[in-house]
Design a protein around this ligand. Structure first.
Ligand SMILES: Nc1nc2c(c(=O)[nH]1)N[C@H]1C(S)=C(S)[C@@H](COP(=O)(O)OP(=O)(O)OC[C@H]3O[C@@H](n4cnc5c(=O)[nH]c(N)nc54)[C@H](O)[C@@H]3O)O[C@H]1N2
Ligand SMILES: Nc1nc2c(c(=O)[nH]1)N[C@H]1C(S)=C(S)[C@@H](COP(=O)(O)OP(=O)(O)OC[C@H]3O[C@@H](n4cnc5c(=O)[nH]c(N)nc54)[C@H](O)[C@@H]3O)O[C@H]1N2
Ligand SMILES: [Mo]
Length: 701
């Protein structure tokens, strides 16, 4: 690391990047005094960050210097899950881990599984040295589906890639549909642009089962039932067609499958969709009128879609339908019209250089879906599955808390014959089950390079301080582990700074990144004004020949939830578990000031649903289904619509009343495309907790 020790009085400011899984990827300005971080701010020189940060990331010094930071390698001494460890040296830990992995790999390296996600979104501390390590080993590959797989597939098969409007142009839109996103909580810097548009007279409409703080600030809120967005989109199309609010010229030139889509939409009159969505036909007609007449009057209409609406069975089909809407009205013709779900496809990341798939040397290891880790950890060896998983290396993720159907995930992690290594900053629920915990640095202590999924600027993160204790960057840990394994390829010696340069190669000027911390990609202002969709046909594909060839419906359709509302007598309530504003998935849950703001695990309930169960505000309840029981406090709230309960996530299990969190209830069923999880497709029942039941009693699995 290149941090210099400064006299205690000297103050420097270092440019960095927020590493968290959030569309905003902010540019950070960190103030360091005498080698200690005293402040983390938003960089005022970065247009999207504009000098402001969310509350949680402005608490970065508190997180970094947290008394519970893991600072030394630890070896398990108690039972799995008991959280008892003793300090060991790096050399002892890495030697033993290398020995264990070598023994397993000698039988079949596919019995070793890496499990990682976006604890850091950094291209270097994410999948660079780690990917090289596992490729060389020939370990099982991880199918990284936990967040965006369904929506990503939907977008790719309609627009051709994870591409769309440039976020800054939302400021010029005249109508913005905020669809499946609580922007104020999870995409704050987009909300800044939406607020500018609102100030300039734009109408904002929020489409979300929950009355979020974003819904509060929009002109209208459509509180549809979870997983019914596809039906709503089809009815909107029905109205656009019936009222001839279509851009026929755009449709003829730049779309594929218009006639087929028309036929499908015409069987979805507003009354039919309203019954499915749990809203009124009038709401649908008004929304269609707003959307259909906007572009016609020369006013740009934009959709900010986010991943909240694709965590259900039909998530990918719903995204295909919604992503088709802008082409129907020709909204793409101007830079302030169209749609944005993800911008990540715009980044010229040199993945092969970073991850070195050539190290697989012709092998084709199996893939394990991270969304079904609960089942897969418990599977014995068999010809279809391959070898049972014998070793698990977890980094940048907290699967015991965030993966669905936790009871099974916990059973898997608790296996005595499973060898588990966890690279972490904190002793999470997952770290409790490790055989070895290896302490990882935070973003303030290492180098990295970032792409983004909510804007189109590449960022560089410089270390602001030296690593705390004996913590090491992920890339360094895998570099040293490779050395202990005897991997001799020169790529295992690349430094983190060298990896930073490899991430974009010549596609982004590294000198610009070094000088200002960010570099704006040269993306077109109105990418699809003249078609040019990155699909096989070059058009917006309402009909996808690729999907049809794979045996799927070539046209998008409404796909009902696996666990559709009101289909179960035993479990009549739909549960969604969207993010809590002051946490980032399960990160920040242990930061005291943020935990104090969130209070405790809560279930928001509509007063009718609560009254029917004799539940008063603040009562401790049991939320349950066949998969398990979760205990928390009920909050009677206008944020919940009737028939839907909101269990804000994702708390650490060990902080929950009965040692569980909301994922005790979610299922491992997958989405229609992309093999994604269905966190928001989940039926439950809620009951007042029997006062004789001890709060600390563990629930049955
Ligand atoms: N503060 C904070 N910010 C975050 C995160 C966090 O945990 N906390 N998580 C980050 C991550 S990992 C991601 S992927 C991004 C994206 O974040 P998203 O997962 O898109 O999260 P939200 O923006 O909260 O949007 C989810 C919204 O979708 C709503 N929703 C649930 N089901 C449905 C449905 O069926 N239809 C519709 N229309 N809406 C539905 C929820 O009520 C919620 O308000 O945000 C990131 N930003
Ligand atoms: N019920 C329910 N479950 C959900 C969701 C939901 O909405 N509802 N959201 C889902 C979504 S969208 C996502 S993306 C997933 C997210 O799931 P994960 O990607 O697992 O995200 P986190 O829970 O934030 O855990 C990330 C961990 O990485 C660690 N970490 C951070 N930086 C580093 C580093 O540099 N090195 C190492 N070694 N570790 C680091 C953090 O300390 C943290 O414990 O959760 C999913 N789970
Ligand atoms: Mo996510």
């Amino acid at each position: 690391m290149t941090t210099t020790t400064l006299p205690a009085t000297d103050t420097v400011q270092i440019l960095g990047a927020c590493p968290h899984d959030c569309p905003d990827t902010c540019s950070l300005l960190t103030t360091v005094q005498g080698g200690v971080v005293i402040k983390v701010q938003g960089n005022p020189a970065h247009p999207h960050t504009a000098g402001s940060l969310c509350t949680k990331v402005s608490r970065y010094p508190e997180r970094t210097y947290h008394p519970e930071r893991l600072l030394y390698p630890l070896k398990r001494v108690g039972a799995k899950g008991s959280g008892q460890f003793e300090r060991v040296s790096w050399d002892a830990a890495l030697s033993d881990i290398a020995m264990r992995l070598r023994a397993i790999a000698a039988r079949d390296p596919q019995a070793i599984l890496p499990y990682s996600y976006a604890g850091t979104m950094g291209l270097v501390q994410g999948e660079s040295m780690a990917a090289r390590f596992f490729n060389k080993l020939g370990a099982s590959q991880l199918e990284r589906t936990i967040c965006a797989a369904a929506g990503g597939e939907g977008l790719v098969h309609t627009l051709g890639g994870k591409v769309g409007m440039r976020v800054e142009f939302f400021a010029e839109s005249k109508l913005i549909l905020i669809w499946g996103s609580n922007s104020i909580s999870s995409n704050l810097h987009f909300w800044r642009y939406a607020s500018q548009a609102k100030h300039n007279g734009a109408k904002l409409i929020c489409i979300d089962p929950r009355k979020t703080e974003t819904a509060d600030k929009c002109h209208e809120h459509i509180a549809l039932l979870p997983g019914t967005d596809g039906a709503l989109a089809l009815a909107l199309m029905h109205e656009l067609i019936q009222n001839d609010w279509l851009d026929h010229d755009y449709l003829a030139r730049y779309t594929l499958g218009c006639e087929l889509l028309r036929e499908r939409a015409l069987i979805w009159p507003p009354e039919r969709a309203a019954a499915v969505c749990g809203i009124t036909p009038e709401q649908i007609c008004a929304l269609a009128r707003d959307y259909g007449t906007c572009a016609r009057n020369g006013q740009p209409a934009a959709i900010r879609l986010n991943y909240g609406m694709q965590r259900v069975h039909g998530g990918a089909n719903a995204v295909r339908l919604i992503a088709s809407l802008p082409a129907l009205i020709g909204a793409w013709r101007t830079r302030a019209g169209g749609l944005l779900l993800s911008s990540s496809g715009a980044f010229p990341v040199q993945r092969a250089a970073l991850q070195r798939p050539d190290l697989l040397a012709g092998r084709h290891p199996r893939s394990i879906n991270m969304a079904t880790i609960g089942d897969d950890l418990r599977r014995p060896s068999c010809p279809t599955f391959g070898p049972a998983i014998e070793a698990l290396i977890v980094y940048n993720s907290n699967p015991v808390a965030i993966a669905p159907e936790s009871a099974k995930v916990v059973q898997g992690f608790a296996r005595d014959d499973l060898f588990t290594v966890v690279l972490e900053q904190f002793q999470t629920d997952t770290a409790d089950y490790a055989d070895y915990i290896l302490p990882a640095t935070t973003q303030l202590e290492h180098w990295d390079v970032h792409s983004a999924y909510g804007h189109t600027d590449a960022l560089l993160n410089r270390p602001a301080i030296a690593p705390l204790g004996e913590a090491k960057p992920n890339a360094q840990i895998f570099r040293e582990l490779a050395a202990h394994m005897g991997f001799a390829e020169p790529c295992f010696a690349d430094s983190d700074e060298a990896l930073c340069r490899q991430a974009y190669g010549d596609a982004v000027d590294f000198e610009v990144l070094l000088a200002q911390g960010f570099a704006t990609l040269p993306t077109p202002e109105a990418p699809f004004a003249q078609g040019n969709f990155p699909t096989p046909s070059g058009k917006c594909e309402f009909f996808s020949a690729r999907l049809a060839a794979q045996g799927h419906d070539g046209l998008p359709d409404h796909v009902p939830n696996h666990e559709a509302a009101h289909t179960s007598v035993a479990y009549p309530l739909a549960l969604i578990s969207p993010p809590a504003r002051n946490f980032l998935n399960s990160s920040f849950v242990n930061v005291e000031s943020l935990q104090a703001t969130e209070g405790e695990p809560l279930l928001e309930m509509h007063q009718l649903d609560a009254a029917a169960r004799g539940i008063a505000d603040g009562a401790v309840v049991r939320v349950y289904n066949d998969r398990g029981t979760y205990q928390c406090r009920a909050r009677l709230s206008v944020r919940a619509r009737a028939g839907v309960v909101n269990g804000l996530g994702v708390w650490w299990r060990k902080l929950g009343l009965n040692g569980t969190n909301v994922n005790q209830l979610t299922s491992q069923k997958l989405t229609d495309l992309g093999h994604g999880p269905t966190f928001y497709d989940c039926l439950v029942q809620v009951a007042l907790l029997d006062t004789h039941t001890s709060l600390s009693q563990k629930s049955a699995p």
